[in-house]
Ligand binder design. Structure first.
Ligand code: MG
Length: 310
């Protein structure tokens, strides 16, 4: 039941950088993406086609996508908030788009100032057009495992949304634990409800946050019940917007290390990936929270000091 190989969907260039105040130059983002792709990652979310004023860090979306090679083993993805964003994504020539909404009414309202019903209507249109244009598509559902405003969220709410997204043309449904509230047994329960409700396991992906330290345990649980696609961010890049300084995205190195050591194929070279994490830390000029990333930095520092004292 547990997949012998998994797909890792890298989110650092978009989800990771999005909350960074200091704007990273476009060429350096391109270099980070190239290093991530060179490590073997097959899917990388590189930017967002939101209105440039909303997120200045990602205002260079079209220019960045234009820099990336047209033909590449890695598939590049962009986040799309609405029809206007989709038009920008199509013009850029990107290969995949991701839409988003929350399964909690309050969170959706605070995030995009719309009801779930309003969001769904536009997303269905976006997904339909994207499929007609031959793009790969994914639909993020946020707050599946808990909402910072409402607390618990009924899995049935996520099932209803997932059913509509699939019918509208989403290739993958991504279950997001937006503020890292989920626990392993809950992950098992929610996925069972979705699968019983008709969502095929091979169309499910998970996006966990390590805010309270449960992300890797949640990922392992999702894999054990049959999920094969996992979102992660190199070096754990991307803080949690609700708790400054807290860990956010699950670190890609931690996930790749765990799977590879268990004999589960990821297609990613951990050393090349760790080097990409070093590059990301250098770009931002500070420590990043990923555990393997920190171990790797420590090991390198020890190697350097041995070489100096010898
Ligand atoms: Mg995230």
């Amino acid at each position: 039941m547990s997949p012998p190989s998994v797909r890792i969907y890298e989110v650092a260039p978009r989800d990771g950088l999005q909350n960074e105040a200091a704007v990273v130059p476009t060429a350096e983002k391109g270099e980070l993406i190239a290093r991530l792709a060179a490590s073997g990652l097959g899917d990388i979310e590189v930017t967002s086609f939101v209105r440039p004023r909303w997120i200045p860090q990602l205002a260079d979306a079209a220019e960045l996508v234009g820099m990336l090679p047209r033909v590449h083993p890695a598939r590049f993805w962009g986040l799309v908030p609405n029809r206007v964003g989709l038009e920008r994504a199509l013009e850029s020539g990107i290969g995949g788009i991701a839409t988003f909404l929350s399964s909690s009414e309050t969170h959706n309202k605070k995030n995009v100032n719309r009801t779930i019903r309003e969001s769904l209507a536009e997303i269905e249109e976006v997904l339909g057009v994207a499929k007609e244009e031959g793009l790969r598509t994914r639909g993020y559902i946020s707050t599946v495992f808990g909402c910072p405003y409402e607390g618990g969220v009924a899995p049935e709410a996520s099932l209803q949304i997932a059913t509509r997204l699939l019918a509208a043309g989403a290739d993958d449904i991504v279950l997001g634990d937006t503020t890292g509230m989920g626990t392993p047994l809950q992950v098992e329960r929610v996925i069972a409800i979705l699968v019983d409700g008709g969502i095929p396991l091979d169309h499910l992906a998970v996006h966990f946050h390590d805010t309270r330290g449960t992300a890797l345990a949640n990922a392992l649980t999702a894999w054990r019940v049959g999920v094969g696609t996992f979102d992660a961010s190199v070096a754990g890049l991307g803080g949690c917007p609700y708790a400054p300084g807290a860990a956010g995205n699950l670190a890609t190195e931690d996930l790749v290390y765990m799977f590879e050591q268990m004999g589960v194929h990821t297609g990613v070279d951990i050393d090349a990936l760790a080097d990409a994490g070093e590059y990301a830390a250098g770009l931002l000029g500070r420590e990043l929270p990923g555990r393997y990333h920190q171990y790797h930095r420590g090991a390198r520092r020890r190697a350097v000091s041995r070489a100096v004292t010898r």
